[in-house]
Design a protein around this ligand. Structure first.
Ligand SMILES: O=C(O)CCC(=O)C(=O)O
Ligand SMILES: [Fe+2]
Length: 344
């Protein structure tokens, strides 16, 4: 197994996306330039790096994500029968195992995905709902309490970003956080991902086809390249560029719920995962993700302050949620429909 110390380096000769680096420390101190950079990033690339240095919150997230990376090796090493005994069920539960090849194919050549996931619900870890059965390495008391701290801290970072965005957009500071309550049932989860090492000359699969995330804020901890976003450089518009993994940083992006809440003012950027470049592609790729999502009862409409914009805040390509006549669409149902559409 590759430990974090001996992973091959990211190559220096592949195009990378020039996304902003913003320090968690500066956001916690409400430094105006850092807060303005968050808004700028969420209106343009839709992605930014969050430097975790010099804060207990950042250190605790980094060490928890490194430990979850180690545990992921054990979890994904089980044979397929063991893993599929924990399968998530499309349209019924977002949580559990997702095998490779089940995500909606959005790639022009319809390549299936090569990534397997374990989605572990915040509601299970925080005993908000009775838990499903997960592999024993996940439910071991040491891991379960690590997941408890990790979900709490990742959610706290999400709330900090949402408060910053509300303040920068001149709306009530709680406009977005009020829709993402940690203590209410929600689709929040930790996702452990695994993509096998590159198979030489094979082009018949893609790590994860292009998609947007469905929730409010995504925090990603990754150690190998492979994540890509589309370029904003007029000379290379829409070409895919790697997001170079940076030690000590998380990668942050907004999801579709924030597009809906702001009537399209904020962006959920398309991204995809391909084989890690160069030497990095020779080893399996693991990532640890936390999805902050609106709680199940949150109404999926633009916040009052954004209603006047009248736009539709369209998300996720052709996705049109179905709403019964006279009903309001709440996040629980919205997430369910999106998960059926995307297959994750
Ligand atoms: O592993 C990554 O780099 C990103 C994963 C991702 O985009 C997702 O799980 O939605
Ligand atoms: Fe994603």
């Amino acid at each position: 197994m590759s430990s974090l110390q001996d992973l091959p380096p990211f190559p220096s000769d592949v195009p990378t996306a020039p996304i902003a680096r913003i320090a968690l420390y500066s956001l916690l101190a409400s430094e105006p330039s850092a807060c303005a950079s968050v808004l700028e990033a969420c209106r343009t690339h839709g992605f930014f790096y969050l430097d975790m240095a010099s804060t207990p919150l950042g250190s605790s997230l980094l060490s928890a994500s490194a430990r979850l990376h180690e545990i992921s090796h054990q979890v994904f090493d089980h044979d397929l029968d063991y893993k599929t005994a924990h399968d998530l069920i499309k349209g019924v539960s977002l949580f559990g195992y997702k095998r490779a090849g089940t995500v909606k194919t959005t790639d022009p050549t319809l390549r299936p995905d090569s990534t397997e996931f374990f989605n572990i619900a915040k509601d299970h870890v925080h005993a908000i709902k009775p838990s499903l059965s997960y592999p024993s390495e996940i439910t071991a008391p040491e891991t379960w309490s690590l997941l408890h701290a990790f979900t709490r801290d990742a959610h706290a970072v999400g709330m900090l970003i949402l408060r910053m965005l509300a303040t920068q957009l001149d709306v009530a500071p709680t406009a977005f956080t009020a829709k993402n309550d940690l203590n209410q049932p929600s689709g929040d989860h930790v996702r452990l991902t695994h993509q096998p090492a590159r198979v030489p000359d094979a082009t018949n699969a893609i790590g994860l086809p292009s998609h947007t995330d469905f929730g409010s804020v995504t925090l990603l901890f990754n150690w190998l390249g492979g994540l890509q976003i589309q370029s904003h450089d007029p000379a290379h518009l829409d070409e895919w560029a790697y997001v170079r993994p940076l030690a000590g940083h998380a990668v942050i992006n907004l999801g579709d719920a924030m597009v809906t809440f702001t009537n399209g003012v904020l962006k959920s950027a398309k991204h995809r995962v391909v084989d890690a470049p160069g030497e990095q592609g020779r080893v399996g790729r693991y990532s640890v993700v936390y999805f902050v999502r609106p709680h199940d009862e949150a109404v999926m409409e633009a916040c009052e302050e954004f209603k006047h914009l009248g736009g539709k805040g369209r998300v996720a390509g052709k996705f049109e949620p179905r709403v019964e006549r006279g009903e309001v669409l709440r996040a629980g149902e919205w997430m369910r429909q999106r998960a059926v559409q995307l297959g994750s």
